[in-house]
Design a protein around this ligand. Structure first.
Ligand code: ATP
Ligand code: MG
Length: 379
């Protein structure tokens, strides 16, 4: 079987690595160059999008910010899973919020803002502090503003206007203004839905961010009451989208309740631990769902964690002395803050995992992993 992935980054690469043993051949469409490439070497060229669509049995995506023209072409072929509507919903916070309202899934109080009048009325009707997010093209905390005091509103509006004017998506931009949630923790659920409507969810993952970017994810399978809430939200959202493939939902935990932050219609950074910590990795399960194969078990096989490698292309080799450390480099050129790879680490129980994590944190250079030690100490 042949799968074309829209996007040629690390997620396409890890889908390809998971697919080889299944005899499934994955190619990646690089939206920047309009070429279909090998997701590992990136240098082997298999033609343009039309060629890629013609050659593929199934088409999927590794990110949600894909031009609507490309999505429409793929959808016309009847090979695209999940649907273009599901991908667009994850790429536009307006559609995402509408979906959450329609499915009665709890999320932060918010307003959609398209002009200054909307902006002023949102500030008047919501309680501060607020977080403002661009409706389109936001990721890794980019395209976001925080308003703590009304006196900052004018300056933030000027900045938002510049951002909206600079938008190149060709679609009408807007801002979603949201009340800040005083959360205790951030967690996410990665799950998978088949074409026949079967859903399976991985255990909730606890996520620690640094400067708006995911730094460490932890999967322990110890939050059963929250797991039930998250699964209910997952099923509502995935069913409403008639979703096929892996879908991730980010939540804020406030006391014993979960509020949805956002959804990602794809495999997700907070699910990378599944490569070593689950019966079936999120990458394999996504490909299985897209290719209409039976889904794999999402059971946690051992407590696991993932540490993101941001902006550096080396880590000390003695991390390999820690049992169960697994390295995943993405083969990308170094840039400050760029996701370059990740480390997975596991233990037979929480105590062993946290002990190994603290060994890891001691070895990783503080300059490249500024907050990992502190987070690990808090566990
Ligand atoms: P990513 O691509 O990393 O998921 P993003 O750019 O899509 O990020 P969000 O996930 O919406 O953006 O926000 C980034 C981070 O900002 C969140 O993980 C959370 O820490 C914080 N944040 C976002 N919205 C809120 C909110 N309403 N209340 C409190 N914190 C928030
Ligand atoms: Mg997020």
């Amino acid at each position: 079987m042949k799968v074309l992935v829209l996007g040629a980054g690390q997620l396409a690469r890890m889908m390809a690595l998971a697919s080889k043993p299944l005899n499934i051949d994955v190619k990646a469409y690089d939206v920047g160059s309009n070429r279909v490439v090998d997701p590992l070497s990136l240098s082997v060229d298999y033609g343009d999008l039309d060629q890629g669509i013609a050659d593929a049995d199934f088409i999927t995506a590794e990110f949600e910010h894909i031009s609507h023209d490309v999505l429409a072409l793929c959808e016309q072929s009847g090979k695209l899973f999940p649907s273009s509507q599901a991908i667009k919903t994850g790429g536009d916070r307006r559609l995402e919020k509408t979906l959450l309202e329609q499915t009665h899934v709890t999320n932060a109080k918010h307003k959609v803002v398209a002009n200054k009048a909307d902006f002023d009325s949102a500030i008047a009707s919501l309680s501060l502090p607020l977080i403002m997010k661009s409706a389109l093209a936001g990721y890794d905390g980019k395209g976001q503003w925080r308003l703590k005091d009304k006196s900052e509103a004018e300056a933030i509006w000027q900045d938002i206007q510049l951002f909206i004017e600079g938008d190149t998506s060709g679609q009408p931009q807007a801002i979603v203004v949201e009340q800040m949630v005083p959360f205790d923790r951030e967690v996410s659920m990665v799950g998978v839905r088949s074409k026949t409507g079967e859903t399976l969810a991985y255990p909730l993952t606890e996520n620690h961010h640094s400067k708006g970017v995911l730094s460490v994810s932890l999967a322990l399978n110890e939050h059963q009451h929250l797991q039930a809430q998250a699964t209910e939200a997952f099923d509502k959202i995935a069913n409403a989208l008639d979703y096929v493939g892996v879908l991730a939902i980010e939540f804020f935990q406030v006391g014993d309740s979960l509020l949805v932050n956002e959804i990602a219609p794809r495999v997700h950074n907070s699910g990378h631990w599944t490569q070593q910590g689950a019966d079936t990795s999120q990458f394999e399960n996504h490909i299985r769902a897209v290719c209409q194969l039976p889904l794999g078990s999402t059971e946690l096989v051992r407590p696991s964690a993932m540490v993101n490698i941001l902006g550096t292309d080396t880590v000390p080799n003695n991390i390999f002395e820690i049992p169960s450390v697994t390295m995943h480099w993405y083969g990308k050129g170094k840039r400050p803050g760029r996701k370059m790879g990740h480390i997975n680490i596991c233990g037979k129980d929480k105590a062993e995992l946290t002990m190994r994590l603290s060994q890891l944190a001691k070895i990783l250079p503080k300059d490249d992993f500024p907050d990992v030690s502190e987070y690990v100490k808090s566990l």
